[in-house]
Design a protein around this ligand. Structure first.
Ligand SMILES: [Zn+2]
Length: 271
């Protein structure tokens, strides 16, 4: 299997929090060596540091563990928003989403699950043919992703990268963690695979909320230049009539964007 981890590794620079955490660990170890009776204090410092790191990983929009797109960069933000659509492709929902986007001339970023791309290759190619982008949302969307070590994370991400490349001929440039949850091992893996982490400005919680009005309000209150919005074509909650909520929300959302003269663009177009 071509995991391709050795390919032109980008030099990874730890975030200030990760750098400080390394110092806390080294400092605590040195203190205990010099003054063994200080161990309870040093243990406390290390535990507090771990709580802070865990908190940062459970906060999807945090930038404490490394760079993270929570909105489009300023140069690309004016008059634009990014629709990001996660957990597909889905054979029933994705074709209808593509039709709705087409009707409005909108481009979107699909954070696809590698396994689903492999199961529905034609659908993945249809997304690309429509002028949208497919980005990396792990191979299996494991719910314990944020508990994996560096090797486990690297395998999930590299396998998805491989599936998407092989089937669509395009190389993902962005990564989004399942539910946005991560840990300090993620950032060096992303640097090695030359992927940028993207979260969102606002999310609709449309995997758990079947109420389209509530999802629409969450995404649009407020709404402005450079926002990254998150919806789901896979794992979607079902609204009235059993349809995925995105199918009810998207027409209204696209109308609102048109009225506000905000153009839906892909994340990649903002690079
Ligand atoms: Zn997801």
């Amino acid at each position: 299997m071509a995991l391709n981890l050795e390919h032109t590794p980008k030099r990874w620079k730890p975030s200030p929090l990760l750098g400080a955490s390394a110092l806390v660990h080294a400092g605590a170890a040195a203190c205990v060596l010099v003054r063994p009776q200080s161990w309870p204090w040093m243990l406390g410092a290390v535990v507090a540091n771990h709580l802070l790191l865990t908190g940062a990983g459970l906060w999807p929009r945090s930038k404490l563990l490394g760079p993270n797109w929570t909105s489009l960069p300023p140069d690309a933000a004016r008059g634009s928003v990014a629709l990001t659509i996660d957990d597909g492709p889905d054979p029933e929902v994705t074709p209808r989403v593509l039709d709705l986007l087409d009707e409005h001339g909108a481009k979107a970023t699909f954070f696809c699950i590698g396994e689903r791309v492999a199961r529905y290759p034609e659908l993945a190619r249809e997304i690309i043919a429509g002028g949208h982008d497919i980005e990396n949302h792990t191979q299996r969307h494991r719910h314990n992703f944020s508990l994996l070590g560096p090797a486990g994370m690297a395998a999930e991400i590299a396998q998805a990268q491989d599936s998407i490349q092989r089937i669509t001929g395009t190389t993902p440039q962005f990564f989004r963690a399942p539910a946005g949850l991560r840990n300090p091992f993620l950032d060096p893996v992303l640097a090695r695979l030359e992927l940028r982490l993207a979260s969102w400005t606002r999310r609709g919680f449309d995997t758990v909320t079947a109420n389209a009005d509530a999802v629409y309000r969450r995404l649009t209150t407020p709404l402005g230049d450079g926002d990254i919005l998150l919806l789901h074509d896979g794992n979607a909650a079902r609204g009235r009539g059993g349809d995925a909520v995105i199918l009810e929300v998207l027409p209204r959302l696209l109308e609102t964007l048109a009225q506000m003269r905000l153009r839906p663009v892909t994340l990649r177009s903002a690079l």
